[in-house]
Design a binder for this molecule. Structure first.
Ligand code: HMG
Length: 395
């Protein structure tokens, strides 16, 4: 028996900012953004979206696809938490009306946390094959205005139901892990934006990839040639390319052409290029881009996953695509959503970026923008208020 993904979906802001306009504002050649880092657009969340609404809007779609009464665990992976004590998952659990006989928790280790959620859920599901785990990963990636990280910003969420009756991906047991105490990217509690040592973070990502791969192959006996496609953590799309070339070089497969190697990752980059970094959710948005856009039937193919979270933890793991997976995807819905988003101009992007909620405990309503079914309506007595709408703005 294998456990894995039974249903999966993503959600992002209804608004985006095109990097050609950022290039103009920052007096940077647009090719640096479009080709150098491989990013074209970034999702920009309005004041009435936060990680809870992003996650709830993604999760609402997946729980329609499964027997939701069997969900007895909700894991919320994020590094954009809204409370130091209460898990963001409790809001999502309540908004979705899940069973109260359920454990709910939040996990954090930068962009790696969703992979930790998967690895913790799998043995639990094998021990309790009648139960399901809802894993949500949601983040808002923010860097300083005018900083090198700015064009890699984004926002989004992934929701997946993990179970011992997977329909989309069945995960393998063996993984390879690497942890090292480094300061490549971090966000102290008093800061809204991350600090980052960009070049060093890329170096640590690549080092962790190689180290995790070594342990994975030692433990599993799998080889590079066993894999059909690779899904990497994608802080920006060119990072996927850098990672894959690095891995091929370090294992001595320089005989593979650039075209062949790019073919192993290209489909995974499609959505991230127009959404931006979504931290914990990024790699799984890459997985959906692959499954939803591949011209080939991927059934039976082996996929490699490398999750990296700054600070840092990297884990390499693998899984097989299951026969008939296509009928369990939300491909049309996702593509239509991305095509129908609203473009912001620079002033509008900056207004969303600079918006901050008052901290005085007073009653406060957030301005109404396009959102999904759930929106962050405001605050009262330091408590966050969420609202369920009649319908999603996208419908
Ligand atoms: P930068 O210094 O602005 O960019 O920062 P650059 O000068 O290195 O240029 C980037 C690429 O554009 C280079 O290509 C240039 O040659 C090229 P490369 O050498 O890499 O092949 N370029 C051009 N190409 C075409 N036309 C031009 C042109 N000019 C230059 N005119 C950096 C780039 C990624 C460092 C920055 O955006 C950054 O700091 N980003 C945030 C950190 C990050 O994403 N790190 C990735 C690894 S760490 C990670 O993934 C974890 C993370 O997700 C957080 C978490 O775990 O929670 C970040």
């Amino acid at each position: 028996m294998k456990a894995g993904i039974e249903a999966i979906s993503f959600y992002t802001s209804h608004y985006f900012f095109d990097l050609k306009n950022l290039a103009e504002e920052r007096q940077t050649p647009v090719d640096k953004f479009y080709h150098g880092i491989g990013q074209e657009k970034m999702a920009a969340p309005p004041p009435d979206e936060d990680v809870v609404t992003l996650a709830a809007n993604a999760a609402y779609q997946v729980i329609q696809k499964v027997d939701a009464e069997k969900i007895d665990t909700v894991i919320f992976a994020t590094e954009s938490g809204i409370d130091q004590s209460k898990s963001a998952g409790i809001y999502v659990h309540s908004m979705l009306g899940l069973s109260r006989n359920c454990r709910v928790l939040e996990v954090k280790q930068a962009c790696y946390s969703a992979a930790a959620g998967i690895q913790l859920a799998l043995p639990y599901l094998l021990l309790h094959p009648d139960r399901k785990v809802l894993l949500v990963a949601a983040d808002i990636a923010r860097y300083g205005l005018g900083s090198a990280g700015e064009p890699t910003q984004g926002a989004g969420a992934v929701a997946m139901v993990l179970s011992s009756q997977p329909k989309i991906i069945a995960f393998d047991q063996e993984t390879g892990i690497y942890t090292e105490d480094v300061m490549d990217f971090w966000r102290p509690n008093y800061r809204e934006e991350a600090f980052v040592d960009g070049k060093f973070s890329i170096k640590m990502y690549l080092k962790s990839l190689y180290e995790a791969w070594q342990q994975y192959t030692d433990r599993s006996g799998s080889r590079f040639d066993d894999f059909y496609r690779f899904c990497y953590h994608l802080p920006f799309s060119r990072m996927g390319e850098k990672a894959h070339f690095h891995l091929a070089k370090h294992i001595g497969r320089e005989d593979f052409s650039e075209e062949y190697l790019l073919g192993q990752i290209n489909e995974t980059l499609q959505y991230i290029k127009i959404i931006g970094n979504t931290y914990a959710a990024s790699m799984y948005i890459g997985l959906m881009a692959l499954l939803e856009n591949s011209a080939q039937d991927l059934a039976g193919k082996k996929i490699g996953f490398f999750s990296y979270g700054s600070g840092c933890v990297g884990e390499f793991f693998s899984g097989q695509v299951l026969p008939g997976y296509q009928q369990y995807l939300l491909a049309e819905q996702h593509r239509a959503f991305l095509q129908n988003r609203t473009e912001l101009n620079y002033e509008e992007y900056k207004k969303f970026y600079l918006y901050s909620i008052p901290q005085d405990g007073g009653e406060y309503l957030t301005p109404r923008n396009k959102t999904g079914l759930f929106r962050f309506a405001g605050l009262k007595e330091h408590k966050r208020i969420y609202q369920k709408l009649e319908s999603d703005s996208a419908r």
